[in-house]
Design a protein around this ligand. Structure first.
Ligand code: SF4
Length: 369
């Protein structure tokens, strides 16, 4: 588990600012897992990010054209890196993740796998009823596994805690342009790997102070970009952006701004509140809502943040983001917004990424005059 705010600039005197052993850690992947349900049952949901290490355990189970985001999770499980987890949770989104559910049940039988169906057409008249049924079924399975009932009060308490986290992360994004990209995404990624109360306490404390001394802010004249991709990208990319001196002024990452943009409404039935939030989010490329177009959202974000360009960082072999890329780039090209496509691999090379990003920045700077 990573230290919370391990960057010295973000460290507080609080002795609890380092993760201790969380209670019943439960891994999850995909951007549609209702974390609050697991939290209300006493688990600590922890996102399993892919790593660049390959223990050689997953390849024999997967076709060669599987993204490493999913391959790494299976590799980590089969090589024992996830043995401390009490289970894994996945929303059935892309084909790869659906295949991972089957592989998991067969090859990692010691670790319970919770999966939840997510409607593809978010505007479908049956989407809400379908999702509610899925969430109710998931609640029963978690209760059976956890050995305790999840009361509505427990669930409301967890929803309130998660709403607080989302509010705080939105405040971090309000400072995005002032932060070096690795610092910005360290704060955001920590939200997915840290017990919520600890995260909320530390981030509240951090945000109550002057955020950064003026001499540590990223200079205003540097090129500003929006970042598009799955999950929270590859940390090496954030280092490259910092090295080149690029400012990230917003993103369309699956676990980025879109994920924290909507809170659950604290009213009525808590399961319905969870379902309505998931349905209200801007879709990832695995889901679809005709009135919530990702390309229109991206273009509006470019205008609103006055971004100089867009970097689309796609995991190699990720079909959903590949199809999405076509629509996004057509929209950007028509609007004459500069963009760069990067393909991230299992072990992306900083040098190659650096050369591509430097050339992109140079092109923007020359065109801008
Ligand atoms: S959405 Fe793409 S990157 Fe994510 S698991 Fe599916 S194929 Fe892999």
């Amino acid at each position: 588990m990573p230290a919370l705010f391990s960057n010295p600039r973000f460290q507080t005197p609080n002795p609890h600012s380092v993760i201790r052993d969380p209670q019943s850690p439960l891994g999850f992947v995909t951007a549609y897992v209702p974390e609050e349900l697991f939290h209300a049952a006493g688990f600590t949901p922890v996102f399993i990010f892919h790593t660049s290490s390959d223990h050689g355990q997953a390849r024999s189970h997967l076709p060669g054209f599987t993204c490493w985001a999913a391959g790494s999770v299976l590799d980590q499980a089969l090589s024992g890196c996830l043995d401390r987890l009490t289970g894994i949770a996945l929303a059935k989104t892309c084909d790869t993740v659906q295949g991972l559910v089957d592989l998991w049940q067969r090859n990692v039988p010691s670790m319970p796998c919770f999966h939840v169906g997510m409607p593809v057409r978010l505007d479908s008249p049956t989407a809400r009823a379908y999702l509610l049924t899925e969430l109710d079924d998931l609640r029963q399975r978690i209760q059976a596994q956890g050995g305790r009932a999840i009361s509505d009060d427990d669930l409301w308490e967890s929803i309130a805690l998660y709403n607080q986290t989302r509010t705080l992360v939105r405040q971090v994004y309000a400072h995005a342009a002032d932060l070096a990209p690795p610092d910005l995404y360290e704060l955001v990624r920590a939200a997915f790997q840290t017990p919520k109360r600890l995260y909320n306490d530390n981030l509240t404390r951090l945000l109550s102070q002057p955020f950064l001394p003026p001499d540590q802010k990223t200079p205003d004249h540097s090129v500003s970009i929006l970042l598009v991709g799955s999950e929270l990208g590859d940390p090496i990319l954030f280092d490259v952006l910092a090295h080149v001196g690029v400012r990230v002024v917003g993103d369309l990452l699956d676990l980025g701004e879109r994920y924290v943009a909507v809170d659950s409404v604290m009213d009525g039935d808590p399961l319905a509140a969870l379902a309505d939030r998931l349905l209200a989010l801007l879709p990832t490329p695995t889901q679809h809502h005709p009135q919530r177009s990702r390309s229109a959202h991206l273009l509006a974000l470019v205008r609103e943040r006055d971004a100089d360009g867009v970097i689309l960082a796609r995991q190699k072999f990720c079909d959903p983001h590949g199809f999405d890329h076509v629509q996004l780039t057509q929209t950007l090209a028509q609007a004459q917004v500069p963009y760069l496509t990067l393909e991230l691999e299992q072990a992306s090379q900083a040098g190659q990424l650096c050369t591509r990003v430097e050339a992109f920045v140079e092109m923007i700077t020359q065109v801008g005059g």
